[in-house]
Design a binder for this molecule. Structure first.
Ligand code: NAD
Ligand code: UFG
Length: 339
């Protein structure tokens, strides 16, 4: 089966390409390199020992999509391409709606014209928002609290509408990721944020290699076990494998299905810092800082639906996540930009 992977050179996309190639899928990547580097392509091929097709281009380019769906005889699409920085989304809402919402509409419309109807969507646990009880279940109320989350929610609704007619022949998996961290155990691909990282794990990694001075822990007065925020961290390789299982699941199923992809375990910021020290030997200096606007105290997944329907669950624990992050960061202190 030949799969189009939009955003396939990004953090989660690159790991997913590796797993798709390993599982025997043929892969075509469409990426505009807005937040990724061409060097990732060689690294993916080096790990997988197989080649993939790469097209540099934008998901909002309908003509390009029409020709590539046809030329490559695409049978399924995994859609990672998009913008994901919560703060930037608040500053530039129209950009986020353009890339994430309008971009998904252009892509799905091109798929409709081409008769390609198998689709896996990168959604986020952020769609649940503050009102849902934890752990989050797929049926928990959805009420995102930021622009980025709204764009994910709108695309989820677009997909539900697409699958709603009785004669719809679409097969759609909406994957709500919890907090992906880690890197491929080879140390060849990993997360390479531009500028100052927004997220905890890449920030810790950059402090550990001396590129940043000190971590700010946003809030130590939450009603959690040590006062710092608790999240469900998931190894990016487990997450990547979840996409392969989703494609296999969709081969046998029509309609839309929503899955949490998380471990079901929560770790606090301080637990992550301490576990990182145990694994790497590096004590990351930190200070307590005020809460970050919009952050929730604690959330984690109820992940059993993915196990029941797709046979997927996380295999790699926090130690693997931290060891593989450190391996990647040490080998590539400047990310892909050294190439
Ligand atoms: P990423 O930025 O590393 O990857 C996104 C890729 O899409 C990049 O390679 C970028 O160049 C490409 N891209 C962006 N706009 C594009 C466009 N208009 N046309 C073509 N390519 C474009 O991000 P990631 O962490 O790999 O996330 C992948 C997806 O998963 C995103 O949709 C994101 O919202 C979602 N997600 C990520 C997280 C997370 O914590 N990383 C959590 C939940 C959901
Ligand atoms: N944190 C710090 N210092 C930092 C960065 C983060 O203390 O420098 C804390 C946060 O306050 C939070 C925890 O670390 O308690 C995790 O924060 P991240 O920014 O790493 O992750 P979030 O849970 O805030 O959000 C991430 C993505 C969202 C996505 C969500 C769920 O940024 O896009 O995971 O998948 F929706």
């Amino acid at each position: 089966m030949r799969v189009l992977v939009t955003g396939g050179l990004g953090y989660i996309g690159s790991h997913t390409c590796v797993e798709l190639l390993a599982a025997g899928f043929d892969v075509v990547v469409l990426d505009n390199l807005a937040n990724s580097a061409l060097a990732a392509l060689d690294r993916i091929e080096q790990i997988a020992q197989r080649s993939l097709a790469f097209i540099e281009g934008d998901i909002r380019d309908a003509d390009l999509l029409d020709s590539l769906l046809d030329d490559y005889e695409i049978e399924a699409v995994i859609h990672f391409a998009g913008l994901k920085a919560v703060g930037e989304g608040q500053q530039q809402p129209m950009l986020y709606h353009d890339v994430n919402v309008a971009g998904s509409h252009v892509l799905l419309s091109a798929m409709e014209r081409a008769g390609v109807n198998c689709f896996v969507f990168s959604s986020s646990a952020t769609v649940y928002g503050a009102e849902a009880d934890i752990p989050y279940v797929e049926t928990s109320p959805v009420n995102p609290s930021n622009v980025y989350g709204n764009t994910k929610r709108i695309v989820e609704m677009m997909l539900a509408d697409l699958c709603q007619p009785n004669d719809s022949d679409w097969s759609v998996a909406v994957l709500r990721y919890f907090n992906p961290i880690g890197a491929h155990p080879s140390g060849l691909i990993g997360e390479d944020p531009r500028g100052i990282p927004n997220n905890l794990m890449p920030y810790i990694a950059k402090v550990a290699v001396g590129e940043l001075q000190e971590l700010s822990v946003f809030g130590n007065d939450y009603s959690t076990r040590d006062g710092t925020g608790v999240r469900d961290y998931i190894h990016v390789v487990d997450l990547a494998k979840g996409h392969v299982e989703a494609l296999k699941f969709l081969a046998k199923k029509q309609g839309i299905e929503v899955f949490n992809l998380g471990s079901g375990n929560g770790y606090s910021v301080l637990e992550l810092i301490n576990a990182f020290k145990d694994i790497s030997g590096v004590a990351v200096p930190y200070k307590f800082a005020p809460r970050r606007a919009g952050d929730l105290p604690e959330f984690y997944a109820e992940p059993s639906k993915a196990l029941q329907l797709m046979g997927w669950k996380t295999e790699l624990d926090l130690n693997h996540m931290l060891a593989d992050t450190w391996h990647w960061q040490k080998n590539n202190p400047k990310g892909y930009s050294a190439e």
